[in-house]
Design a protein around this ligand. Structure first.
Ligand SMILES: *Cc1c(COP(=O)(O)O)cnc(C)c1O
Length: 361
């Protein structure tokens, strides 16, 4: 039997589309190649004319899509002789930067907004040995400081302002197209700092240009109501949402997000925290998928649009329309949130009679 070569991560798989050469030391934890799940319950909710898929990015090595960009950003930093990297982070970027820095032998410094990141993410940055500083401010403050410092010191910025992050992240759109045989009709995703919507749109356009696909999806981005600068058309000073990964008031890739929206004929809208929680529970309880609250913003957005009849209006005659929701991060990142929105386990006496009574037998 022929021995199939083991999967080696997104740089190896999509090298032809990435700014790498055979001199680039590839730093990988075998990110990417994540499942594209057919969502039966959501498809029924969205309407008979819809086929909904979930791109489960929570199954990346550190539990979020950030790994796709980080493998390239860290590989290039290494190639360029960097000794240290820095990022500001709502959590997942720091988790990813910390892990890939270990693999590359680089020092990693992360600035997090004090008290505003999920416990799972903080634990990752700490256990991987990053220097973690909690800035007494919000994410936007932390990012400003990280930009200032990396501009004037020999430290590489690995936020999504680093163009290699975007390049690496666009591989997710390649995977979706490779899996479906063409681009989907719609892509729904959360928008925070807006690097990811920028990356996906770039990927879709490149694949179409190469003749790999025949259509371009409409890009549908969702911000949280309390952190919706793009929807409102102005920065939000004190962004608030339980979806900490998208709690951002002044997105770095604002212009590019608007370009993705406008060039694709899509939209950027917002969902409330209660809509996010509802979608979060629905994903777990009807699809068997545990994603973090920010990720559920995509499904909350899907349901908001479906209710308004948005997809009905867009339906083609014979063919079902394909909608992909991006689930950006794993639910285990933020276990406190799950426990908070579900009833605590009932305590029973240690005998079968009590247990059977409690379960109605
Ligand atoms: C980073 C992140 C986002 C937001 O992505 P942007 O590129 O900042 O728009 C959404 N969800 C999760 C889980 C994230 O980690």
């Amino acid at each position: 039997m022929k021995h199939r070569q083991q999967y080696q991560g997104v740089i190896d798989r999509y090298a032809a589309y990435l700014p790498v050469s055979n001199k680039t030391p590839i730093v990988t934890l075998q990110e990417g190649n994540t499942p594209l799940l057919r969502a039966d319950f959501l498809s029924r909710l969205a309407g008979t004319h819809c086929e909904v898929y979930l791109k489960y990015e929570g199954l990346n090595p550190t539990g979020s899509f950030k790994d796709r960009g980080m493998t390239l950003a860290i590989s290039k930093a290494k190639e360029e002789g960097a000794k240290a990297v820095m990022c500001a982070s709502t959590g997942n970027t720091s988790a990813s930067a910390a892990a890939y820095s270990v693999k590359a032998g680089l020092k990693c410094i992360v600035l997090i907004p004090k008290g505003a990141i999920a416990l799972g993410k903080l634990s990752q940055a700490l256990i991987h040995g990053a220097v973690v500083l909690a800035v007494d401010g919000n994410f936007d403050d932390a990012l400003s400081r990280a930009r200032e410092i990396t501009d004037t010191h020999p430290i590489t910025l690995v936020n999504s302002l680093n163009p290699y992050r975007i390049e690496g992240q666009k591989t997710a759109s390649f995977e979706i197209c490779d899996c479906l045989g063409d681009a989907p009709d719609f892509q729904v995703m959360p928008v925070g700092n807006a690097g990811n919507i920028t990356a996906y749109w770039k990927g879709y356009k490149e694949y179409a240009r190469q003749g790999k696909t025949s259509v371009l999806p409409k890009m549908l981005g969702f911000q949280a109501e309390g952190a919706a600068p793009i929807v409102k058309g102005r920065p939000v000073k004190d962004p608030q949402t339980i979806a900490t990964a998208i709690r951002i008031g002044n997105p770095a890739s604002w212009k590019q997000a608007e370009a993705a929206r406008d060039e694709s004929g899509g939209l950027i809208d917002m969902v409330s925290d209660s809509q996010i929680i509802e979608a979060y529970k629905l994903l777990a309880q009807k699809e068997g998928v545990f994603a973090e609250p920010a990720s559920a913003a995509s499904v909350a957005g899907l349901l908001k649009l479906a209710k308004k009849g948005y997809f009905k209006k867009q339906a083609k005659k014979a063919k079902k329309i394909k909608i992909v929701c991006i689930l950006t991060g794993h639910g285990l990142k933020d276990p406190d949130r799950a426990i908070k929105c579900i009833e605590e386990p009932k305590v029973v006496k240690p005998n079968s009679k009590a247990i059977l009574g409690a379960i109605g037998y």
